[in-house]
Write a protein that binds this ligand. Structure first.
Ligand code: PGA
Length: 249
């Protein structure tokens, strides 16, 4: 079901103690808002965070997971392990995973399948690089990423998929896509899904924007018709900024 979502991706920040402090402050400051609130702490904080948010409206997500059920994959974490600490949502395909850990669309398709097989929700990230946008290829790139990782899914699987469009040139750079650039791409993404599945299905998919979202620009970006929320990096590390973004809805 299409929802408004604000998700904070902590990346490799906040140890166990910092995470606990963050969550208790967040729960105090969070007012009623229309948006679903997600935080994605590092693996070492998942258990404590998911215990701390119990009974609140905050949902804890993981930043990554492996596609295999278990086995000889040193350093990796499985879907069942995430579920054993109360985590049912996972971010997949973040551009940093793609760039630094060689995650390809084919690998991500497997991760998505594993998440869905475990009844987990996947926040699937994708987005073009600066050169792609400069050469006018952003739509082709984005369409390819979605098609390669997600179009093998049956229509029924899409209720467990959230999309996060994150132009790589806007991540952590302070440069944001303009609200209109975000809207244009989100409308294109929705149309791409409508063409493959149906307009009804496409209308139900939440599409988040990510890339230097801050309290100062969140309201305008979120006001766009096809933007259903944000995946926030830097600004999600500060409780005041994160709650200001949530309250932008
Ligand atoms: P940023 O990161 O908000 O720091 O640009 C966004 C993301 O990587 O999800």
């Amino acid at each position: 079901m299409r929802k408004q979502i604000v998700a904070g991706n902590w990346k490799m920040n906040n140890d166990y103690v910092d995470s606990e402090l963050f969550v208790s402050k967040l729960l105090k400051e969070l007012k009623h808002s229309k948006a679903e609130v997600i935080i994605a702490p590092p693996f070492t904080s998942l258990l404590a965070s998911s215990n701390s948010v119990k009974g609140s409206r905050v949902i804890v997500a993981a930043q990554n997971m492996h596609f295999a059920e278990n086995g000889a994959y040193t350093g990796e974490i499985s879907a069942a392990m995430l579920q054993s600490v109360g985590v049912k949502t996972v971010i997949l395909g973040h551009s940093e995973r793609r760039a630094y850990f060689n995650e390809t669309d084919a690998l991500l398709a497997k991760k998505v399948d594993t998440a869905l097989a475990h009844n987990m929700r996947a926040i699937f990230c994708f987005g073009e690089e600066l050169e792609d946008r400069k050469s006018g290829n952003e739509e082709t790139i984005v369409e390819g990423q979605i098609k390669n990782a997600l179009f093998h899914l049956p229509a029924s699987a899409w209720e467990h998929i959230v999309l996060a469009y994150e132009p790589v040139w806007a991540i952590g750079t302070g440069e944001t896509a303009s609200p209109q650039q975000a809207q244009d791409m989100h409308a294109f993404i929705r149309q791409t899904i409508a063409n493959q599945y149906s307009a009804d299905l496409a209308a139900e998919v939440s599409i988040l924007y990510g890339g230097s979202v801050k309290p100062a620009n969140a309201k305008e970006i979120f006001s766009k018709t096809d933007v259903d929320g944000g995946l926030i990096g830097g600004a999600a590390l500060d409780v005041e900024q994160f709650t200001a973004i949530i309250n932008a809805f």
